[in-house]
Design a protein around this ligand. Structure first.
Ligand code: BGC
Length: 329
C-alpha cells in the first residue's frame, strides 16, 4: 500500500463476468483432482469488472472525514440520466492538497493528458476511454455525490495491483487437507491485516509512476508480507531471489478493472489488477517466514473459504481463484 490514506472498512460487491478461457492446462496433480482452465497474466484477462452500479462509492460519509456526499439514488447514478438538481459536495483531503509526491496538483495549475500515458503516470483506464468534462475526468461508473479527489492522489484512475499468493493446506505429514463438507482441497493465501482499517486483505498497493504492474505485485508482496523494507541488503536479495521465481511464473489474472471503493469520487477512482501466484508444491514462497511490514499490522496464511470477511472486493478475487483451482470454497 502506498501513501494514499485509507480509513475505511469495506466489503465491496463487484460482480465478475467471465470473458474468456483461452486454453486448458493440467495441474501437476499434487492436490487438485482435475484439470483447470486458466488464462494467464501474460495473456488475455479472465475477469473484468461488470458495469454494475457502484455502491461503496456512494457511501454517505466520505472515509476519514465528516464530509457527507450529495445523495445519489440508484436511478441517477448514470451520467446520461438527467439530474438537474445534482449538486456534488467538493472535497479533496488536506493530505492530498499538501502536494505529496504521489498526488497531482489541482486542475488549472496543470493540464494532465487524460486517457493516455502522461509522462510516467498511466492515466488510461482498464475499462476504456472515460469522459472529460470541464477539464476534469468523469467516473466511468457514474455519479458519487462528491467532486474533487477525496483521498485519492490522481485525477481519473488511481491504479493498484493485488498479488494473491496461494498454496495448498497440508497436514503434518505433508498431505493436502480436504474440507470435510466439500471434500475439496483447501487453499491458503497470504493475507495482511491493514493498519488503516484493521481488516484482513490481500497485500496490494498502488502502482508507482513508471512501474509495470508485474513489478508492483512483487514489490508490494515483499514490502508488506516479507517486510523487505526493513531487511538488510543481503536478506533482501535472498527474499527477492526466492519470490522472483514464483512471480515470474505465469500468474492467473482474476480481475482487472474498476473497484467500487468508498474513496472514489466523480473525478477520481480506484482500479486494480489482481493476479494469483500459486505455489503448487509448497516449497517456494511457502517456505519464507512471513513478517508484516509497511502498512501491514499482521500477516498470515489464511484458509480460503466463502465465510471470510475481507477488505474491499478481495473476497470475490479469492472466490475466482478457488473455483479456477477446484479448491474448497
Ligand atoms: C489496495 C488494494 C485494493 C485497492 C482498491 C488499494 O489501496 O491496496 O488492495 O484492491 O486499493 O480498493
Amino acid at each position: 500500500m502506498k501513501a494514499v490514506s485509507r480509513h475505511w472498512a469495506a466489503s465491496v460487491h463487484v460482480a465478475l463476468s467471465l470473458i474468456g478461457l483461452p486454453y486448458a492446462a493440467g495441474t501437476s496433480g499434487v492436490c487438485s483432482k482435475k484439470a483447470i482452465s486458466r488464462s494467464f497474466f501474460s495473456s488475455t484477462s479472465v475477469y473484468m469488472c461488470s458495469a454494475a452500479a457502484h455502491v461503496k462509492a456512494r457511501c454517505p460519509v466520505y472515509p476519514g472525514s465528516d464530509t457527507h456526499r450529495f445523495p445519489v439514488p440508484d436511478h441517477t447514478v448514470d451520467w446520461d440520466t438527467d439530474c438537474p438538481q445534482y449538486s456534488p459536495v467538493k472535497y479533496t483531503a488536506p493530505t492530498v492538497l499538501n502536494k505529496p509526491a504521489w498526488a497531482d496538483p489541482e486542475i488549472g495549475s496543470f493540464s494532465p493528458q487524460f486517457n493516455s500515458i502522461d509522462g510516467s503516470v498511466d492515466r488510461r483506464s482498464h475499462e476504456g476511454s472515460y469522459r472529460v468534462q470541464n477539464g476534469k475526468p468523469l467516473n466511468p461508473h457514474g455519479r458519487t455525490g462528491l467532486e474533487g479527489r477525496g483521498l485519492l492522489g490522481r485525477w481519473g484512475p488511481n491504479h493498484a495491483a493485488d498479488p494473491i499468493v496461494t498454496r495448498w493446506k497440508r497436514d503434518s505429514t505433508g498431505q493436502c487437507v480436504h474440507h470435510t463438507n466439500s471434500q475439496l482441497p483447501v487453499l491458503q493465501f497470504v493475507s495482511i491485516k491493514r493498519l488503516d482499517c484493521g481488516e484482513w486483505a490481500i497485500p496490494g498497493g498502488m502502482v508507482d509512476p513508471g512501474e509495470r504492474i508485474s513489478q508492483t505485485l512483487q514489490r508490494e508482496f515483499s514490502e508488506e508480507a516479507l517486510n523487505s523494507l526493513q531487511a538488510s541488503p543481503s536478506q533482501r536479495e535472498n527474499i527477492q531471489k526466492r519470490i522472483a521465481e514464483l512471480f515470474n511464473s505465469a500468474g492467473l489474472q482474476v480481475y482487472k478493472g474498476y473497484v467500487d471503493d468508498p474513496r472514489n469520487t466523480d473525478n477520481a477512482w480506484m482500479e486494480t489488477v489482481a493476479v494469483n501466484f500459486h505455489d503448487e508444491s509448497g516449497n517456494s514462497v511457502s517456505e519464507l517466514p512471513l513478517q508484516a511490514g509497511d502498512d501491514a499490522g499482521q500477516v498470515s496464511w489464511i484458509d480460503v473459504d466463502s465465510s471470510l470477511a475481507l477488505y474491499a472486493n478481495h473476497l470475490h478475487f479469492l472466490e475466482t481463484v478457488a473455483k479456477e483451482r477446484n479448491a474448497h470454497w
